[in-house]
Each structure stands twice: as structure tokens, then as C-alpha cells.
Ligand binder design. Structure first.
Ligand code: HEC
Ligand code: HEC
Ligand code: HEC
Length: 387
């Protein structure tokens, strides 16, 4: 009995010790958990703050202080954030978007940000997600000529001008096959081409474009391929200003016929108060007055593009004020009210300047971001500050 009692007592003590131990152990476990959560929270917070700092420094001039979008698209957009994985956002930031003003930020692409920096920026963009609005974007209509401009910048170095091939390695073999070949184009459908462009054929030297080009850019390329398949000639999108330059050059060579060819292409997309000049120049050319036509064309070319200053003001506030100040007082960018550079240059010069930007500075290219008519309106608005 006694033995038994003793045994029970020992058992009880053992049980109590176990319970105490368990309790303190689970308390320790709990504490440990808490510590882990706290330290990752701390790390996340650090990374988020770092991301925020980088975003403010590098991205707000185009994407807005709240990621609402200015010249770049909105990044606080629910649909984008739901559809794009961290990996996709990472790649867009690292490699940029060729043929747009979205620069490559990754060091591997000549940019300033390390992988860790980019992860931090991605986690900052993710933090928009909780309160992100749905941004409704205008319906996108693919364009073969925009596709041709992209092709001429991005694909021609391997596939040749107009996709006709003929680019050779040192040993005389072709770098890449011709794509603009009606027979081949008829063998494969658009889905196949989209697959090849998006996923590449990395083993044989065709790069993966899916993370470098936007869906819209791929659609433009498919529109180009469709036009080539139908045997069409597709000219890269050219501005009225470029075509007026070509027409001017033709008239200098006394080549009225070529000048008319360029004017035929320019006139349907020209706009604004100078539109009437097209007809008078055309009449001069057709009646053989090439000298008069050249003089009038020189004037038109220098004044082109002339826009609407009133329409230019809100555009300026949206696209330029972030750097140049809402009153043109300057900031990241120079003071524009007044500004010698604007006063000394023609509209055509200022237009060309805003299209390509100034290399190595924050003044970036607006080609493909604002239309020619929008830039014309902004330039006309800037003129009102020079009086
Ligand atoms: C000079 C203007 C400019 C700056 C500066 C800029 N971006 Fe962009 N960004 C753009 C444009 C324009 C696009 C759209 C490109 C296109 O049409 O595909 C874009 C696209 C993006 C996209 C892809 C969005 C989508 O819809 O797929 C991401 C992500 C992005 N930018 C992040 C950043 C981050 C992060 C920074 C700063 C480190 C930054 N951008 C700086 C202009 C800019
Ligand atoms: C660095 C060189 C290079 C660049 C730049 C390049 N490609 Fe390619 N591409 C190739 C090579 C090489 C092949 C052939 C791969 C094979 O046959 O397996 C190829 C194949 C293709 C094919 C399949 C052609 C066929 O009929 O089999 C398509 C379509 C294509 N590229 C489209 C594009 C587009 C569009 C671009 C620009 C966005 C582009 N490529 C940029 C190298 C390049
Ligand atoms: C991301 C910032 C940024 C944006 C957005 C921007 N600019 Fe600039 N801009 C600059 C900087 C920086 C310079 C000065 C570059 C240099 O140091 O040479 C500049 C220079 C200029 C100049 C030349 C001034 C001079 O005295 O040399 C003009 C004109 C100009 N910008 C017009 C525009 C217009 C028009 C827009 C909108 C369509 C615009 N900029 C948008 C940053 C910006």
C-alpha cells in the first residue's frame, strides 16, 4: 500500500513537474514565435521604407507620388497588381521597356539598382494593393505601324530591316531567319508567333521578350505579322514633323513628286492652324513653282508643330510640372518661365528635343508617351511664358 502510495505521489510530482516544464516551454515557444514575427516584421518594414525611398527618388516623376500614373501607367492599379506576380514586376523594373521611356533599372542592364533594391521597390508597390482603385484604361487597338517602329528598334538587328533577314555572322551564316516571308507566315498562326515572341527560343538565340515587352507591344508585333502575312508593306510610324523634313529635303533636290508623296502621308495626320499651308504648298508644287514651294515649306517646317496653348496647360501640369514646377519655376528640371533655350529654338527643334530628351539627365524622351499633337500643345503653352 505504502509503496503504492509513494508511487502515486511520485507520479503526481512528476506530472506537476512535466506540466510546469511544458507550460514554461510553451511560453518560451510562444515568445520565440513572437520574436520571429517581430524580426521579420522589422525586416519587412526596413525593406518597405527603403523601397519607398527609392520609389520617391526614381519613379514618382513618371508614375506619380501615389503610383497613380503620369507619363508612366498607374502602378496602384488593382488589376495590374492582381495580374502581375512579384517576378513580373521585378522583371519590368529590372529590364525596363525598350522603345518606351521606362528605363532599365537593374545593374545587369546598366541601371543603378541592385536586386535587393528592386525587391524593396516591388514590396513597396505591393503595399498599394490593399487600397488600390481599378484604373480603367482606354481600349487598346493594336497597330501594325507601331509594331513596325518597335521592330525597327528592337528586332531588326537580328532579323534584318523589315524582317527580311540578311544579317550575317562573321562566318557568313545568317544570325536569324527572315520573318517577313509570306509562305512561312502562312504556315503558322498568330498564336504560334505570340508564343515564340513571348517565350523566345533561348537555345537557338531568340531572346525571351515576354518580360521585356508589354502585352500591348506584343499585340502590335502580331498586328505587324498579320499585315506582312497579307503581303502589305508597313512603314514605321512617322511623325508629321519627320515627313515634313523629308518633303523639305525633296524640294531642296527639286524633286516635287517625292515631296508630294510625303505630304500625302503627312496631311491626314496633321492638325492645328497650319493645316491650310499644306494646300497652298501643294498647289505651288503642282504648278511647277518649286522655289516658292520650298520657301513656304521651310517656314512650315520651322513653325511645325503649332498647337493650342490652352489645351497645353493641363498636359504640361500632368507630364512636365513634376520636374519643372507648376509655375515653370523649376525643380528637378530647369526653370522654363522664362527660358533661353525655348526662346532660341523653333517649335520643330523643341519638338525634336522633347521626343528624344537629353541623354544622361532626368529629361527623358517623350516619344510614344505623348502624341505629336499633345507635345505641340505643350510647346505652344510654353511660348506663353516667354513673352
Ligand atoms: C521616365 C519615365 C519613367 C520612370 C522614371 C519610371 N518609369 Fe516605370 N514605366 C514608364 C512607362 C512609360 C511605362 C509603360 C511602358 C509600356 O508602355 O510598356 C512604365 C512601366 C512600368 C511598369 C510596368 C507596368 C505594367 O503595366 O506592366 C512597372 C512595374 C514600372 N514601370 C515601375 C517603375 C519603377 C519601380 C520605377 C522607378 C524605379 C519606374 N517605373 C520609373 C515610365 C517610367
Ligand atoms: C539577338 C538576336 C535576335 C533578336 C534581337 C530577335 N530575334 Fe527573333 N530569332 C532569333 C533567332 C536566332 C531565331 C531562330 C530560332 C530558331 O530557329 O530556333 C529567331 C526566331 C524568331 C521567330 C520564329 C521565326 C520562324 O519562322 O521560325 C520569330 C517570329 C521571331 N524570332 C520574332 C522576333 C521579334 C518579334 C523580335 C523583336 C521583338 C525578335 N525576334 C528579336 C534571334 C533574334
Ligand atoms: C523626370 C523629370 C523631368 C520631366 C518629367 C520633364 N523634364 Fe524637362 N528637363 C528635366 C531636366 C533635369 C532638365 C535639364 C537637363 C540638363 O541638365 O541638361 C530638363 C530640361 C528641359 C528643357 C531644356 C531647358 C534648358 O534650359 O536647357 C526643356 C525645354 C524641357 N526640359 C521641357 C520639358 C517638357 C515640355 C516636359 C514635359 C513634356 C518635360 N521637360 C518633362 C527634367 C524633366
Amino acid at each position: 500500500m505504502l509503496k503504492n502510495e509513494n508511487y502515486n505521489k511520485q507520479l503526481l510530482i512528476g506530472l506537476i513537474i512535466t506540466l510546469v516544464l511544458l507550460a514554461s516551454f510553451s511560453f518560451m515557444l510562444f515568445d520565440e514565435d513572437g520574436r520571429i514575427v517581430e524580426s521579420t516584421e522589422h525586416q519587412d518594414k526596413e525593406s518597405l521604407l527603403h523601397g519607398r525611398e527609392l520609389f520617391v527618388e526614381n519613379c514618382t516623376s513618371c508614375h506619380g507620388t501615389r503610383g497613380e500614373g503620369i507619363v508612366g501607367p498607374a502602378l496602384n492599379d488593382k488589376i495590374l497588381l492582381e495580374e502581375a506576380s512579384d517576378g513580373v514586376l521585378f522583371a519590368s523594373i529590372q529590364a525596363g521597356r525598350p522603345n518606351t521611356t521606362m528605363p532599365a533599372w537593374g545593374q545587369a542592364y546598366g541601371g543603378a539598382l541592385t536586386d535587393e533594391d528592386i525587391h524593396a521597390v516591388v514590396s513597396f508597390i505591393r503595399a498599394f494593393e490593399a487600397n488600390a482603385p481599378e484604373v480603367i484604361v482606354d481600349e487598346f487597338i493594336p497597330s501594325a505601324s507601331r509594331g513596325a517602329s518597335l521592330f525597327a528598334n528592337t528586332c531588326f538587328s537580328c532579323h534584318g530591316e523589315n524582317g527580311l533577314g540578311g544579317v550575317e555572322n562573321a562566318d557568313g551564316t545568317e544570325v536569324a531567319p527572315a520573318i517577313n516571308d509570306t509562305a512561312t507566315l502562312k504556315k503558322n498562326n498568330n498564336d504560334w508567333y505570340e508564343q515564340v515572341i513571348v517565350n523566345g527560343l533561348p537555345a537557338s538565340g531568340m531572346p525571351i521578350w515576354g518580360q521585356t515587352l508589354s502585352n500591348n507591344q506584343v499585340e502590335d508585333l502580331i498586328a505587324l505579322i498579320e499585315a506582312w502575312r497579307a503581303g502589305e508593306d508597313v512603314a514605321p510610324e512617322a511623325t508629321v514633323a519627320q515627313m515634313l523634313n523629308s518633303a523639305h529635303f525633296s524640294l531642296e533636290q527639286s524633286d516635287g513628286e517625292n515631296a508630294l508623296f510625303y505630304m500625302d502621308r503627312a496631311q491626314p495626320i496633321a492638325f492645328g492652324p497650319l493645316l491650310g499651308d499644306f494646300d497652298s504648298i501643294r498647289t505651288d508644287i503642282e504648278s511647277g513653282k518649286t522655289k516658292d514651294a520650298l520657301a513656304a515649306m521651310t517656314e512650315l517646317r520651322n513653325a511645325w508643330p503649332t498647337g493650342d496653348a490652352e489645351a497645353g496647360e493641363p498636359l504640361y501640369q500632368e507630364a512636365c510640372a513634376g520636374c519643372h514646377g507648376s509655375e515653370g519655376q523649376g525643380g528637378v528640371g530647369r526653370k522654363l518661365k522664362p527660358n533661353d533655350f525655348i526662346q532660341e529654338n523653333t517649335n520643330a527643334d523643341l519638338f525634336a528635343f522633347t521626343l528624344v530628351g537629353r541623354e544622361g539627365t532626368a529629361m527623358r524622351a517623350f516619344d510614344g508617351v505623348l502624341t505629336e499633337a499633345q507635345l505641340a500643345d505643350i510647346i505652344s503653352f510654353l511660348r506663353t511664358w516667354q513673352e
